[in-house]
Design a protein around this ligand. Structure first.
Ligand code: UFG
Length: 335
């Protein structure tokens, strides 16, 4: 069965392509390399020993999409492509709304035109805004997003539900990711943001490897056990496996499905730092600085619906995430 993966060379997309190939799917990837590298194509082939088709195109490009749907018998789409830097989205809202919304609209338009109805969407826990209760279930209130990136995810969720109403065969599975970190255990695939990282894990690994001097911990006066922010970190390989389960669900049943993909465990910034130091035997110097505007104190999932309906749960723990994240950056730096 042929499936289309947009953003398939990115952090989460590439790990999902590996899982899809290993499960026997024929994979077509579209990625414009705006936040990914062409080397990932060979890395995926090396890990899996399998081939796939790659198009260097932007998902907003209707002609490119048309060519792909003409040429391939696409049965489902996994849509990862999108801009995702929270801070940049505040500076460039038009760019974020244009890219994230238009790519999704164009994809859905072409899917309906070619009779392809199964759509797996990368959403985010950010759609819950500042949580009223924890852990977050899929029934919790959504909206109240604080930046255009988050709002674009929230809007797309609604768009997908509206398309389903107009055509009940159109089956979106909306996956709300918590905080994906870690890397492929081979050390070949991982997260490599351009420039200075905004997110915690990419920053920690660069401090540990000596590329950056010191980690700034954004606030130690939150209402959390040690005062630093608490999040639900999930290993990217677990997350990728969640997509396979979601795909199987969509292929077996029509409807609209929404799942949290998290572990259900909350860890603080200092939990990560200390665990990273212990697992990898390196120091991560840090200093406490002011809170980062827009951050919330705590966010973690109730992932039980995904277990109940998809048979999926996260298997890897914090130590795996710390070890694999560091292995990837060391391997990158070997070059
Ligand atoms: N943090 C630091 N120092 C840093 C970076 C982060 O102390 O240099 C802290 C933050 O204050 C927060 C925690 O580490 O408490 C995690 O921050 P991240 O930036 O790694 O992740 P966020 O939870 O802020 O955001 C992530 C994704 C978003 C997504 C959101 C969903 O980056 O894309 O989760 O909840 F929308």
């Amino acid at each position: 069965m042929e499936v289309l993966v947009t953003g398939g060379l990115g952090f989460i997309g590439s790990h999902t392509v590996v899982e899809l190939l290993e499960d026997g799917y024929q994979v077509v990837v579209i990625d414009d390399l705006s936040n990914s590298s062409i080397d990932v194509v060979d890395k995926i082939k090396e890990i899996t020993g399998k081939d796939f088709v790659f198009y260097q195109k932007n998902v907003c490009d209707l002609d490119a999409l048309d060519m792909i749907f003409q040429k391939h018998s696409i049965q489902a789409v996994l849509h990862f492509a999108g801009y995702k830097a929270v801070g940049e989205s505040v500076q460039k809202p038009i760019l974020y709304y244009e890219n994230n919304l238009l790519s999704t609209l164009h994809l859905c338009q072409k899917m309906l035109e070619y009779g392809c109805y199964k759509f797996i969407f990368s959403s985010s826990a950010t759609v819950y805004g500042d949580p009223e209760v924890l852990p977050l279930t899929e029934k919790c209130k959504v909206g109240g997003t604080t930046n255009p990136y988050g709002t674009s995810k929230f809007m797309i969720e609604q768009i997908l539900k509206d398309i389903h109403v107009s055509n009940p065969k159109f089956t979106p599975v909306i996956l709300r990711y918590f905080n994906p970190i870690g890397a492929h255990p081979s050390g070949y695939l991982g997260e490599k943001p351009n420039g200075i990282p905004n997110n915690l894990m990419p920053y920690i690994v660069r401090v540990a490897s000596g590329e950056l001097e010191i980690l700034s911990v954004f606030g130690d006066d939150y209402d959390t056990p040690d005062g630093t922010g608490v999040r639900d970190y999930i290993h990217v390989v677990d997350l990728a496996k969640g997509h396979l389960c979601a795909l199987k669900k969509a292929l077996g049943e029509d409807g609209v499905f929404v799942y949290n993909l998290g572990t259900g465990c909350g860890y603080s910034v200092l939990d990560l730092v200390h665990n990273f130091e212990k697992v990898n035997g390196v120091k991560v110097p840090y200093k406490i600085v002011d809170r980062r505007p827009g951050d919330i104190a705590s966010c973690y999932a109730d992932p039980s619906l995904a277990l109940q309906e998809l048979g999926w749960k996260a298997e890897l723990g914090l130590e795996d995430m710390m070890r694999d994240s560091y292995r990837f950056i060391l391997k990158q730096n070997e070059k």
